[in-house]
Design a protein around this ligand. Structure first.
Ligand SMILES: CC(C)(COP(=O)(O)OP(=O)(O)OC[C@H]1O[C@@H](n2cnc3c(N)ncnc32)[C@H](O)[C@@H]1OP(=O)(O)O)[C@@H](O)C(=O)NCCC(=O)NCCS
Length: 152
């Protein structure tokens, strides 16, 4: 484990998009068609206070998380930290802040999906008290042709 570093957690702004997009790619997140600038603007219009970035002391964005709240469900998307800044507590700081914001909105539970082969994410969320919910399974339907790779 590397040393902990101090970060500031702030709302994402569209000026951050180019850097955040590279961070998503570099961290190995599964990128979707909805990760372009237009869809990101749609997301930002919906829950601006739940889309967060972590900045280091130089102001560099080193991590992000995107929350979603629809009045019933609180969802976590795109938690990611730069590879060279992982295991320094940054994702923990982002999730502490996001969960606090979810609670203030009245959410009772946070949910997310983890790709089957993502051992680091499983370990991270398990350490935070998240559990695999094997009583249900994710289902989906493409609303726009090419909206998601058919194999996933
Ligand atoms: C998952 C991820 C966000 C964790 O970020 P992070 O900043 O390294 O996490 P933290 O430093 O806050 O870790 C907190 C605790 O989670 C657990 N943990 C985190 N990463 C782990 C790993 N690779 N292996 C085992 N445990 C891990 C540990 O208990 C850790 O505490 P410790 O370092 O004191 O042992 C990061 O690995 C990442 O960006 N992965 C690529 C993107 C991704 O898969 N995102 C999740 C999509 S669902």
């Amino acid at each position: 484990m590397s040393g902990r570093i101090g970060v500031t957690i702030e709302p994402f702004a569209m000026d951050d998009f180019p850097v955040v997009h590279v961070l998503w790619q570099r961290s190995g997140l599964w990128m979707r068609p909805s990760d372009g600038p237009e869809q990101t603007l749609l997301k930002l219009a919906r829950d601006p206070e739940l889309f967060l970035v972590a900045r280091d002391s130089l102001g560099v964005v080193v991590g992000t998380v995107m929350g979603g709240w629809d009045g019933r469900r609180a969802y976590v998307y795109h938690l990611a930290v730069l590879p060279e800044r992982q295991r320094q507590g940054i994702a923990g700081r982002l999730m502490d802040e996001l969960e606090a914001r979810f609670r203030r909105l009245g959410a009772l539970k946070a949910k997310l999906q983890i790709m089957n082969d993502n051992a680091a994410s499983r370990a991270f969320f398990s350490a935070r008290g998240y559990e695999l919910e094997s009583f249900c399974e994710p289902w989906g339907k493409q609303l726009v042709a090419g909206g998601a790779p058919p194999s996933r």
